[in-house]
Design a protein around this ligand. Sequence first.
Ligand code: TYM
Length: 333
Amino acid sequence: MRRLLSGVKPTGPIHLGNYIGALRNWLQFQLDYENFFFVADLHALTVRQDPKVLAERIREIARMFLAVGIDPQKSVIFVQSDVPEHSELTWLLNCVTRMGELERMTQFKDKAREGRERAGVGLFDYPVLMAADVLLYQTDVVPVGEDQKQHMELTRDLAIRFNRDYGETFRVPEPFIPEVGARLMSLSNASKKMSKSDDDPQGCIELLDAPDAITRKFKRAVTDSGTEIRFDPSRPAITNLLVIYQLLTNQTREEIETHFSTRGYAQLKNELAERMIEFLKPVQERFNSITDAELDTVLDEGCARARVVASQTLGEARRRLGVERKAMRSMSQ
Ligand code: TYM
């Protein structure tokens, strides 16, 4: 069975952009692949975190995987730092990665804006850890939002280079980036993507938002000049709202435009809030019903299942590089 893997960083509450860009597609593919879904807590450490808050967020994200419908019978759910193979493979891959490749990463350039001298080495190395995440599981498909495209290209390049220089070791993965919703924008600024680390929480619908917060956020959402409600790339704010509407209702663009041809922005915002609240209600109920013990069982089992695969690939990479002393000795005997 083909393998699928993806992760979410616990740097803030999980939001609609994460759901639409990634988790929604995880669910869609869940039955067709052997799946690995994880909380990318080591990636969160690349920016300063409050340890107590981080520890809670890791559990919150894993709980949200279950709440949206990821089924631990069908998918391996785990926490990245529980599987030490991720860190070890990162080191091995560091040694085949070029500085120039990481210097070109736009996320590093954006995040290190305050100055390269002060940027953490972990932030620079972030994409290599991500490549290790993917390659450890011999992954075929990685469903992600558009912001991860460049990291996925590097992952492919590293796999191809390693295989060429040391022999066939890693499967070369493909990203899956959805056609609609690959880059959901902030509700308060349509030129910025919806993000966990946005300074303005009004721009971001969190999956755990209470109904009144959702209504308020949509009410205050920015719109473009004009009154027409149409999908139009030159009017990014209204198009962003319509994309959310499209994904919540599964209607075609034509149906939506016809529906709103006699209605105004206020109605669009009201309907969006209603649909969103209705969609999130069962997710939040499930989220609240999962006990700590249940969550720990899922994560413990997930870690054990993940390590079976991860340790096999890591062992192979070590052998290829010549740093697997015991296995090498028995091979030469
Ligand atoms: P993270 O935690 O920033 O985001 C999780 C997923 O959500 C997608 N996403 C969005 N999609 C559409 N619109 C948005 N506004 C939006 N914001 C976020 C992201 O593209 C991502 O798919 N580096 C990753 C985590 C990671 C990972 C991996 C993913 C670590 N290792 C290996 C896949 C495979 C990240 O920071 O995602």
